[in-house]
Every structure is written in structure tokens, then in C-alpha cells.
Design a protein around this ligand. Structure first.
Ligand SMILES: [Cu+2]
Length: 162
């Protein structure tokens, strides 16, 4: 293939790649996204825990030494996935209604959740990306987890709604 043809093909590919990467909803004169506050309530919920062994007989084997839940209990955050936009301020209401301690941990943020407590806290989603949320209590890992999905502000330009 001659060099001019190769160059034309490469330019076409680059143009295609550039077009494919532009924000899908951003019209040329769309107003930029205005960061907002979002209220999110999260409750810690027991799913398969030792207190339930009389209700679910299979748990006796699961929690026994060598069982599939040996040294573990299954809890969840409800809900466990949150979607916000870059720059948003999140007011989390974190509720732990039971007597076990938990925590709510993002890569740059951590809150202890003692048993029977409710914590109101604020987190600013400064960077777009998908960030893991975990409870740092070792016996609750890796099951007690979730994700914070932070959309790039550019993808929300011109978008209406809350
Ligand atoms: Cu936990």
C-alpha cells in the first residue's frame, strides 16, 4: 500500500475514533451539567447470618469448620449500587439497625457503623469512575460490597431531570 493511502486510512480511523469518544448526549450548545445534591439512604441488611441457623438448617453446615461460610456471614448494603454525576454532593444516611458493627468504605472515604446506629454524612464525588464500596469487617468480605458509579459531567451536558 502506498504511503499516501496508508495515511488517508489512518486519518479516517482517527476521525472515527474521535467521533466515537465524544459524549453521546452533548449537543454542541448544550448547557453544562450543574452539580447537585443527592440524598441516598443505605441500610445494612443481614442475608445469611448465624442467628438464622434455626430458620435455614443448611446454614449449620455452611458455618461449620470447612463449610462454605466458615468464618463469614453474608450481609448487604441496601441498595448497593449508586449512580451520581461528577461534582455531585451526596448526603448519605447510613442505617445499621442490628447489633453487629459494620463500616461503609470508599477508596477515599470511610465511616464506622456501630450496631444500632444511624450516621448522616456527606461525600463529594470529585472524579468520574466506578468505585468499590465495602464493609471493612473481615468476616463480611467479600460479600458485603457495592459500587459508586460516578458519570462524567460532560456526558450529562444538556440532560434534564434530577
Ligand atoms: Cu459489615
Amino acid at each position: 500500500m502506498n504511503p499516501a493511502r496508508t495515511h488517508a486510512l489512518l486519518a479516517g480511523c482517527l476521525l472515527t475514533a474521535t467521533t466515537a469518544c465524544s459524549p453521546p448526549h452533548a449537543a454542541p450548545n448544550a448547557p453544562p451539567y450543574t452539580p447537585r445534591s443527592r440524598d441516598l439512604t443505605v441500610t445494612t441488611v443481614p442475608l445469611l447470618v448465624k442467628e438464622q441457623q434455626s430458620l435455614f438448617p443448611f446454614l449449620k453446615d455452611a458455618f461449620a469448620k470447612g463449610g462454605v461460610l466458615d468464618g463469614k456471614e453474608v450481609y448487604a448494603f441496601s441498595p448497593s449500587t449508586f449512580t451520581v454525576v461528577e461534582g455531585d454532593t451526596i448526603h448519605f444516611r447510613l442505617i445499621n439497625p442490628e447489633d453487629d458493627d459494620h463500616s461503609f468504605v470508599l477508596p477515599d472515604f470511610a465511616v464506622a457503623l456501630a450496631g444500632g446506629t444511624e450516621v448522616d454524612t456527606t461525600y463529594v464525588a470529585r472524579r468520574a469512575g466506578i468505585f468499590p464500596i465495602v464493609c471493612a469487617v473481615p468476616s463480611h468480605l467479600p460479600m458485603m460490597s457495592g459500587q459508586l458509579v460516578v458519570l462524567p459531567a460532560a456526558t450529562m451536558a444538556g440532560a434534564g431531570g434530577p
